[in-house]
Write a protein that binds this ligand. Structure first.
Ligand SMILES: [Zn+2]
Ligand SMILES: [Zn+2]
Length: 186
């Protein structure tokens, strides 16, 4: 993966990265009301727990719309995730996409009471995109991780991975603890 910083040197003035994983938009002296950009950034800014699931660089597309002193930013993220299957415990790396929009309002006294709007200091020179990327990933992070819809999982009796092995419980190789129980039943 290319380090994020290199791709975006040409955008100096609008976007700049620090250390390859910080994404900010410089909103001073914007020449246009709409700004679009695509680049790769590393995931070091994610919480460690989340970074384990997203270790590969994120391809990020950012669109900024300016409305006077207010801004709307849309991000869309594409990467390969790193998950562990809940059923068979194997690691797999599916494609992961996430998107999110956020409105930023300049703090010039007329505050809108709205949870969906983030406030910017009146003299803000940049908007930090990292919290938005973090939130987008959290919102699209799966609750259940399954390597494939028809993953057969692991047999709770003999521990065989039923995708590649056959269960040995039914072949008479019963767990010794169960064998003891069976004797008692007889
Ligand atoms: Zn699986
Ligand atoms: Zn079994």
């Amino acid at each position: 993966m290319k380090p994020g910083g290199l791709l975006n040197v040409e955008f100096a003035g609008f976007f700049f990265y620090i250390g390859g994983f910080v994404m900010k938009i410089n909103i001073q002296n914007l020449e246009h009301n709409v700004l679009e950009h695509e680049g790769n950034i590393e995931t070091d800014f994610l919480e460690p727990e989340l970074q384990r699931n997203y270790p590969h660089a994120l391809n990020v597309r950012v669109k900024l719309d300016r409305f006077g002193k207010d801004y709307k930013i849309d991000v869309s993220i594409r990467t390969r995730a790193h998950y562990i299957c809940d059923r068979c415990l194997k690691e797999y790396e599916p494609e992961f996409t996430a998107n999110l929009s956020q409105v930023y309002q300049s703090d010039d006294g007329e505050l809108l009471q709205d949870d969906d709007i983030k406030m910017l200091p009146a003299n803000a020179v940049e908007i930090d995109i990292n919290p938005l990327l973090h939130e987008a990933i959290v919102l699209h992070h799966p609750i259940k991780m399954v390597c494939s819809e028809d993953c057969k999982g692991i047999c709770p009796g003999c521990g065989a991975d039923l995708n590649i092995d056959t269960c040995t419980c039914s072949a008479g190789n019963v767990d010794p603890r169960w064998a003891e129980l069976k004797k008692l039943i007889k």
